[in-house]
Write a protein that binds this ligand. Structure first.
Ligand code: ADP
Ligand code: MG
Length: 257
């Protein structure tokens, strides 16, 4: 498989996803448009249940939209082969990444797995070591298992697993939520470094508007599946227009400076 082309782009057009449950239907995402490109950082903020994780599943081709489409480099993201090819270039950090690690497998096996699954060419051990180095972990971590890692190390391994295939766009779902302050700042710094230095495109999903501002110039505000406001993150924080944005601003933790 050839490496992802420069200028990798992911677009969501009119994305809509409804879930049917025993208690009725939930319109999780309703008519959302967005674009994220290599080298750019876009934030998505919204309260719990506003559709952020569903949006991410749609963009990754893990869920199919009821209406609308996802375009990967301008071509609809459908079919197993095309989704697999896209996933080498568009990776994600799942919500609660540390618990997404398999406790029975070594760090090395977990980092090799996406290389095998997405049929990435090259020396896999070397790629695994490079990815670990990018998150500041040495080769001594290769043989470790999840229970032998601290919370911060596990978070880094989860990020390394997302970076190992050499993606051009990274989708991060609540990547710093629930982390203590030093670890939160370390993870934000790591993502900023990948974005600024390596030109990685970011879609950074969070309910924490200050974390979003630290990485993204622009953001969308989701409420009940719809985009209710969008604009520069500075402006959203300083003069929120929609009540949902106002609530997110009011909820911003007053962090010590
Ligand atoms: P967020 O990530 O912003 O918290 P989600 O995308 O997880 O929001 O959920 C949006 C809405 O869709 C919620 O009401 C949630 O309960 C519902 N939902 C999400 N996934 C499913 C599913 N697999 N089945 C049924 N309802 C779901
Ligand atoms: Mg979520």
């Amino acid at each position: 498989m050839s490496p992802p082309a420069r200028g990798t782009a992911l677009d969501g057009v009119g994305l809509t996803r409804t879930y049917r449950t025993h208690s009725g239907t939930v319109a999780a995402v309703r008519g959302v448009d967005l674009e994220v490109r290599e080298g750019e950082a876009l934030g998505v903020v919204g309260p719990s249940g506003s559709g952020k994780s569903t949006l991410l599943s749609l963009l990754l081709g893990m869920e199919r939209p009821d209406r609308g489409e996802v375009l990967f480099n301008g071509v609809p993201l459908t079919g197993r082969q095309r989704i697999r090819r896209a996933r080498q270039a568009v990776q994600y950090i799942p919500q609660d990444p540390a618990s997404s690690l398999d406790p029975r497998r070594s760090v090395e096996r977990q980092l090799r797995e996406p290389l095998r699954r997405f049929r990435v060419p090259g020396d896999h051990l070397r790629l695994v070591q490079d990815a670990l180095e990018q998150v500041g972990l040495g080769a001594e971590h290769l043989a470790r298992h999840a229970h032998e890692l601290s919370g911060g190390q596990a978070q880094r391994v989860a990020i390394a697993r997302a970076l190992v295939t050499g993606p051009r766009i990274l989708l991060a779902d609540e990547a710093v939520s629930g982390l203590d302050l030093p670890l939160r700042n370390q993870v934000l710094e790591l993502l900023r470094d990948q974005h600024v230095r390596a030109g990685l495109g970011l879609l950074f999903i969070s309910h924490d508007l200050t974390a979003v501002r630290s990485l993204c110039d622009r953001a969308l505000v989701l409420d009940r599946g719809q985009v209710v406001e969008e604009g520069p993150t500075d402006r959203l924080l300083e003069t929120p227009r929609h009540p949902t944005t106002q609530e997110l601003v009011d909820a911003v933790p007053r962090l010590p400076v």
